[in-house]
Design a protein around this ligand. Structure first.
Ligand code: GLU
Length: 493
């Protein structure tokens, strides 16, 4: 059997949309599962809306998602070029062949005439469709049109037979050629239509499976006879359902972020995006929900792609992101957090030294369990990276009668220890617990003054983590400051 060859064919007219990214992901999963080829082809026939900047940003987002491609505009391959704008000669050649064999014909209708007929059809309740005006022009009639200065487009002569689309997700879909009408394959300005370019490219590039959104189903009905006319094998098709916003409308800006780049900027991990988009599209056989991209590829089955639209649920995405944050490599996670810490002014703009980096790793390790998205890191890291400050709600704990005693004991314990790691921190905390038990100072009464003494806050990671993060001198300075604060308060009360 031929190796699977699938393609992702974005038009570079905007940033990578989350729905388009999903189509890319499904193609990639299928290619990887089948050990085939994943190809990126840039569909930039619309020269007025396509830009190289968008192409670059789409490729960057794809790479970020980990969807590596085997052939594409940047890396080439045996079937290039991979930009449609560089393949115009080929489209022209194929269109000419169809003209010669009579499977296509020149159409001289002007846009105004077409529009007028379209309106007429609509007015009497008919679907808009090209009525075949130029289907059988004689050479003389054509010469006359040319003499009138009309510029011909080229239309595909849709054969008068049922069109059957074999869809791996939806089964057999039948269309009557009646509803389709002869469609344009070359515009009068000499540029190929989307239909011709896609079919020629899929044919020439040996594409075996076309996985794309269900908004392309009616296009597929046009493409199947065109593949046949051009003598290409017909690929297998799989049309995935749309992604909808929570209100049931097509996912758009008003539902929040829609581009992959925006999610990256907010601090979502690519594996969480992949995981979420995959779950949105297909139901794995077991009930597992958290998958790495490799696990997704191993479990993927194209036949299980869902037929019904999926509602985008940001809470689920957030949950998955949290799960992946908890299992990501710590150093990688720290590197990803650094830009957010810099932006918040919590670390200097320059690269951290090795020692500073090691300190940040400890902080990230301690707080990652709280994070939904990486951009939240400053909120949790602040107590370790900014000047010690006792927050208003924390002050209450320093007013408690036991506070001075607890803080003095804490100070002494820290002084008696060397630098503390997590285990050392745990021993210290246990030591305090044993010490205060006979005095009936336990639980929050004991640990809140300790926490406030060390962090100035009432919330934060477990105390052994806190002791692991703070170096000894800093811990001492903080607890001393808390002691004097608690003294001034008891003096006032
Ligand atoms: N360029 C098309 C789009 O962005 C994709 C066409 C296809 O997948 O066949 O919608």
């Amino acid at each position: 059997m031929n190796k699977v060859r699938v393609r992702f064919a974005p038009s570079p007219t905007g940033r990578l949309h989350i729905g388009t990214a999903r189509t890319a992901l499904l193609n990639w999963l299928f290619a990887r599962k089948e050990r085939g080829f994943f190809i990126v082809r840039i569909e930039d026939t619309d020269r007025s809306r396509s830009t190289i900047e968008y192409e670059e940003s789409i490729l960057e987002d794809l790479a970020w998602m980990g969807l590596n491609w085997d052939e594409g505009p940047d890396i080439g391959g045996d079937y290039g070029p991979y930009r449609q704008s560089e393949r115009f000669e080929l489209y022209q050649m194929r269109a000419d062949e169809l003209l010669r064999s009579g499977q296509a014909y020149r159409c001289y209708c002007t846009p105004e005439e077409l529009e007028e007929r379209r309106k007429k059809r609509l007015a009497i309740g008919l679907m808009p469709k090209y009525e075949g005006t130029c289907r059988n022009l004689t050479a003389d009639q054509e010469a006359e049109c040319l003499a009138q200065g009309r510029k011909p487009a080229v239309r595909f002569r849709v054969p008068d037979e049922k069109i059957i689309v074999q869809d791996l997700v939806r089964g057999e879909i039948e269309f009557s050629s009646d509803v389709i009408g002869d469609f344009i394959i070359m515009r009068s300005d000499g540029s190929p239509s989307f239909h011709l370019a896609v079919v020629v490219d899929d044919g020439e590039m040996g594409i075996t499976h076309v996985i794309r959104g269900e908004d392309h189903i009616t296009n597929t009905a046009k493409h199947v006879p065109l593949f046949q006319a051009l003598g290409y094998p017909i690929p297998k098709f799989a049309h995935n359902a749309m992604i909808l916003g929570p209100d049931g409308g097509k996912l758009s800006k008003r539902h929040g972020a829609t581009s992959v780049g925006e999610y990256r900027e907010k601090g979502y991990l690519p594996e969480a995006i992949d995981n979420y988009l995959a779950l949105l599209s297909w139901a794995p056989e077991d009930t597992r929900e958290v998958f790495s991209p490799e696990e997704l590829a191993a479990a993927f089955e194209v036949e299980r792609i869902s037929k019904s639209p999926a509602i985008f649920d940001v809470n689920k995405l957030n949950w998955l992101n949290g799960q992946h944050i908890r299992s990501a490599g710590l150093e990688r996670l720290t590197n990803l957090c650094i830009p957010y810490l810099k932006d918040a002014g919590l670390i200097p703009q320059a690269e951290p030294s090795q020692e500073e980096f090691a300190h940040l790793v400890k902080i990230v390790e301690a707080v990652r369990g709280n994070l939904t998205v990486l951009s939240e890191i400053p909120e949790y890291a602040r107590i370790f990276l900014s000047k010690y400050e006792i927050q208003p709600e924390a002050v209450e704990w320093l007013k408690k009668t036991q506070a001075p005693e607890v803080l003095s004991a804490l100070l002494e314990q820290i002084r008696n220890h060397g630098e503390l790691d997590f285990e050392g921190g745990r021993e210290l905390v246990n030591g305090l617990r044993d010490m205060f038990k006979p005095l009936k100072i336990t639980g929050k009464d004991l640990f809140m003054p300790v926490r406030v003494g060390l962090t100035g806050a009432v919330k934060g990671p477990e105390l052994p983590f806190v002791l692991n993060i703070l170096d000894k001198d800093e811990a001492i300075r903080r607890v001393e400051a808390a002691i004097s604060k608690s003294k001034t308060m008891s003096a006032h009360s």
